[in-house]
Structure formats: structure tokens, C-alpha cells
Design a protein around this ligand. Structure first.
Ligand code: NAP
Ligand code: GCO
Length: 267
């Protein structure tokens, strides 16, 4: 197979959840550059309007839906509408996600459940809605956006770690159950990426110094920097393309080496 054919997504339809900005927008961008038709969802008209401008500025003609991924009825309706208009969903990226940073014993059960609903139950809902069409079409690609917290814990992120740990195993189980239909389901585990979600961890201090967590993460990363959403584009294209047709149930960590490294000794 020619290299360009191996990584081409020409004629493919990709649904990227929560792709108004951040990691999802970056992943959708590389899929579009490889030829895929991009469909995304957000939670508000304002974010939809702003996202469409962003995609247009990037030269991408994307279609957006207002759909909360925890609303199974709305997800089913969105998937049905996409399939009716485009004939298939060949690539699904379960990217939409939130985090709440609260010490566990201070976290309300409602807050814990909201994180689980969005970060774990919703990928189940969306994948369940999409897989029957993938089976009918002879296969497909599912990429679940996992996390360092699929492997590690830290203070204040109990709900998020529980969700992302579960998402790792949901990924492996979808691969196990639906690999027979030529569906490859893998995860991408970003390290610490500079997006709105991690902005609070990088805020400059009152004295102008770097946030302690910013310094901590740079010391824990062999490449000594935060990742960018663009760092995820190559791995995303790999897992969305023919290049990964025999890769299944794998979590591809894109973390600059964090998971391999004990961390730099404080000077
Ligand atoms: P972000 O900047 O906060 O963007 C999250 C996106 O998800 C937004 O578009 C948001 O839309 C959407 N979203 C949230 N809840 C939703 C819901 N119920 N229904 C539909 N859309 C929803 O986050 P990010 O940093 O790009 O992260 C994207 C994914 O990567 C998340 O799953 C996150 O856990 C994961 N991740 C992030 C990092 C990192 O360091 N940034 C590292 C590892 C994994 P609204 O605008 O409507 O809120
Ligand atoms: C945090 C961060 C992380 C990142 C990411 C790391 O508070 O520790 O938000 O959870 O978002 O998931 O891979």
C-alpha cells in the first residue's frame, strides 16, 4: 500500500465529540487535512457558532450539532441524522470530557457522578449508537480520549481518574467484542496538554512566577514541556487510518515520556 493511501481518510465521515476547541478541535483538524468529512457536537449555540468560525478559518467545512453527550436520546437522534445525510460514521472520537478538581472526601456525589457521566457513560452511549452502523458498513475506527489518569492518580481528581481508568477498560472491551466486525477501538492518552481544561494549572502566580503545578509537570516530563493539542495530531491520524488496521485495544500515550519517568530531582 502506498504511504499516502495508508494515511488517507478521503471519503470517510468522522464524528468528534466536544470538538469546538482544545484537543477535539486539533484532532478534527488533522482528520480533515487527511480528507475526512468532520462532524462535531457542542453544548451551546454560542459554542457552535464560534466553532464554525474557527473551522472555517482553518479551511474546514465542518458540520456541528448541539448535543449533550450524556443525553442518550439526543445522541441517537444526532447519529441517525448524520447517517441519513452522509451514509455512515466511519471514525468516532470520544473526546468530550470534563474534570472537577476537589479532594475526594469534600466532593459531592452529584459532582462525582457528573464527571463519570460525561467522561465514561457518554463514550459508552455514543459508541453504542455508532457501532451498529460500523458493523453494517464492514468496520470502523473508534478512538477514546483517555488520560495519564487512566494509569495514575493524584490529589483532587478521584472522579476523573475513575472515569478515565474505566474508559481505558471500555476501550479494551469494545476492541474485544467488536474486533470481529473489523472495528478497531483504541485510546489516545494525552499527557499534560495546554488547553482551557488545564489553564488553571498553568496560571502565573501573583509574583509573576510559574504555577507550582506547571513547574511540577515540566519536571515530570522528560521533554521538559507541556504538550500542545497539535502534538496529538500524528497519533490521531495513525489510529484513524489504515495504518492501524491491526492495532486494537491499545492505549497510545502521547505524554512526552511522563509515564516512563520517575521525575527530575529538585535542584
Ligand atoms: P476542554 O478544552 O475543556 O474541552 C472539552 C470539550 O468537551 C469542550 O468542547 C466541551 O464543550 C466538551 N464537552 C464537555 N462536556 C460535554 C458534554 N456533556 N456534551 C458535549 N460536549 C461536552 O478539554 P481538553 O483539554 O480539550 O480535553 C478534551 C479531552 O481530552 C477530554 O476528554 C479530557 O479529559 C482529555 N484530556 C485532556 C488533557 C489535557 O491535558 N488537556 C489530557 C488528557 C486527556 P463545552 O464548550 O460545551 O463545554
Ligand atoms: C489534572 C489534569 C490532568 C489532565 C490530563 C492528564 O488536573 O491532573 O487536568 O488530568 O487533564 O488528564 O493526562
Amino acid at each position: 500500500m502506498e504511504i499516502h493511501e495508508m494515511f488517507s481518510l478521503k471519503g470517510k465521515v468522522a464524528l468528534v465529540t466536544g470538538a469546538a476547541y482544545g484537543i477535539g478541535f486539533s484532532m478534527a483538524t488533522i482528520l480533515a487535512k487527511a480528507g475526512a468529512k468532520i462532524i462535531f457536537n457542542v453544548r451551546s449555540q454560542k459554542n457552535l457558532d464560534e466553532a464554525l468560525v474557527r473551522y472555517k478559518e482553518a479551511g474546514i467545512e465542518a458540520k456541528g450539532y448541539i448535543c449533550n453527550v450524556t443525553n442518550e436520546e439526543a445522541v441517537i437522534a444526532m447519529v441517525k441524522d448524520i447517517i441519513k445525510e452522509y451514509g455512515s460514521i466511519d471514525i468516532l472520537i470520544n473526546n468530550a470530557g470534563i474534570i472537577k478538581r476537589v479532594p475526594m472526601i469534600e466532593m459531592s456525589t452529584e459532582d462525582f457522578s457528573e464527571v463519570i457521566d460525561i467522561d465514561l457513560v457518554a463514550p459508552f452511549i455514543v459508541a453504542k449508537a455508532v457501532i451498529p452502523n460500523m458493523i453494517k458498513n464492514g468496520g470502523g475506527k473508534i478512538i477514546n480520549v483517555c488520560s495519564m489518569m487512566s494509569e495514575l492518580g493524584r490529589e483532587t481528581v478521584s472522579a476523573y481518574a475513575a472515569a478515565k481508568g474505566g474508559l481505558k477498560m471500555l476501550t479494551k472491551n469494545i476492541a474485544s467484542e467488536y474486533g470481529q466486525y473489523n472495528i478497531q477501538c483504541n485510546g489516545i492518552g494525552p499527557g499534560y496538554i495546554a488547553t482551557p481544561q488545564t489553564a488553571p494549572l498553568r496560571e502565573k502566580q501573583a509574583d509573576g512566577s510559574r504555577h507550582p503545578f506547571d513547574q511540577f509537570i515540566v519536571a515530570k516530563t522528560p521533554q521538559e514541556r507541556w504538550g500542545t493539542p497539535e502534538d496529538l495530531q500524528g497519533p490521531t491520524l495513525f489510529l484513524a487510518s489504515k495504518a492501524s488496521d491491526f492495532v486494537n485495544g491499545h492505549i497510545l500515550y502521547v505524554d512526552g515520556g511522563i509515564l516512563a519517568y520517575i521525575g527530575k530531582q529538585p535542584s
